[in-house]
Design a protein around this ligand. Structure first.
Ligand code: ADP
Ligand code: MG
Ligand code: MG
Length: 339
């Protein structure tokens, strides 16, 4: 019997288009002799689009508004064996969809409510990983109300970390709303931007030197495995949205040219983070490596990383001998095993 898979894509976050690209690749790669795949694109307004609009969105990369209410469609999703929620960012990667699917009793690819929600929030992630003894940059939390009512306390908190520092919405991805702040004069604009996107904002110290950015893929449930380590290099000052999504602005190196003991440590810390956050299925764990000091600092954990055929996560497992199509098949198997 073929397994019936519901592939969810698009979604309400700023990473809607990225998700559509990933979904197109997954749709093409799930072996048709094993799976019967139904894609559903979720509009930016959060409505589940009917088949014609879904097909058009996947084809053109642009989705129309309209569509059914979420809960109505979730009820009919009971006819599926598993759901692949290929959604990035808030309302997709953050435990919301995962909660809905858990309530409906349908197995799904990736982390559950807890792992998704904690990993989505950069502050919660840091708190959990700190208690697991995983090295990270120094950071502070600020909430919108403080910024509105006592901006000087927020500015003072930032100054404690020193400049340059990074200001980020706590619950986003793709570098949306992130600023590198070189001095006090740039701080207010960065905070205003971040608070326009999230109630919670994280302030992060930067290492003394521009760090190298290395990433590892984790695959599995309670006995996860780590991929080889990859590295991203780019000319921009940091890995911002334009650098991420403009062809030719960043280069992927697999395996990363690292001393073997550093690569081993990346894999080990990646697995430790996956376990500490109660992730499942897959995650891409990203690190800063400061070559000058040998420091390795965990930056973030992405529970639904970019998934086109040229994205880092699938490329890392391809280097380990698992083809893109074998990888997506494995992810569905892992979802069914977790039942
Ligand atoms: P996102 O979830 O949007 O990818 P990240 O936390 O990974 O957010 O930040 C995006 C990019 O910003 C990183 O890949 C890195 O280039 C830069 N960056 C973020 N935080 C720091 C930091 N503390 N020190 C140095 N660079 C940083
Ligand atoms: Mg991220
Ligand atoms: Mg990142």
């Amino acid at each position: 019997m073929k397994k019936r898979i519901l592939l969810l894509a698009g979604g309400q976050s700023g990473e809607h288009e990225v998700s559509l690209m990933s979904a197109r690749s997954v749709l093409a790669a799930l072996p048709r002799d094993q799976f019967d795949v139904t894609p559903v694109v979720i509009s930016k307004q959060g409505r589940w689009l009917p088949p014609t609009d879904t097909a058009r969105a996947l084809e053109t990369g642009v989705s129309v508004p309209g569509g059914d209410l979420v809960l109505h469609r979730a009820a009919s999703a009971e006819g599926y064996d598993a759901v692949f929620p290929l959604l990035h960012g808030p309302m997709g990667e953050d435990g919301t969809i995962q909660g809905l699917l858990t309530l409906a009793g349908i197995p799904f690819v990736g982390s559950g409510v807890l792992g998704s929600a904690v990993s989505m929030d950069k502050v919660m992630t840091k708190q959990v990983l700190a208690s697991a003894g995983i090295p990270q940059v120094a950071w502070r939390l600020a909430v919108r109300r403080e910024w509105g009512q006592a901006p000087d306390t927020v500015r003072a908190r930032a100054a404690e970390l020193g400049f340059p520092l990074f200001v980020k919405p706590a619950n986003l991805g793709s570098s949306v709303g992130i600023s590198k702040v070189r001095g006090l004069d740039e701080l207010d604009a960065a905070l205003t931007l971040a608070f326009s996107l999230d109630r919670r904002v994280i302030l992060e110290a930067m290492t003394a030197h521009k760090p190298r950015e290395v990433e590892v893929g984790i695959l599995g449930n309670d006995a996860p495995v780590a991929s080889p380590v990859g590295e991203l290099s780019f000319g921009a000052e940091f890995y911002d949205y334009t650098t991420k999504y403009t062809e030719g602005q960043a280069t992927m190196h697999i395996p990363a040219p690292l001393p073997p003991e550093v690569a081993a440590r990346v894999r080990e810390l990646g697995l430790a983070a996956f376990r500490a956050l109660d992730c499942a299925g897959l995650a891409r764990v990203d690190f800063f490596y400061v070559e000058e000091t040998g420091e390795l600092l965990l930056n973030e954990v992405n529970t639904m990383p970019g998934f086109t055929t040229t994205s880092m996560y699938p490329k890392l497992f391809e280097a380990a001998g698992l083809s893109y199509s074998e990888l997506v098949t494995r992810l569905v198997e892992l979802a069914l095993e977790r039942r």
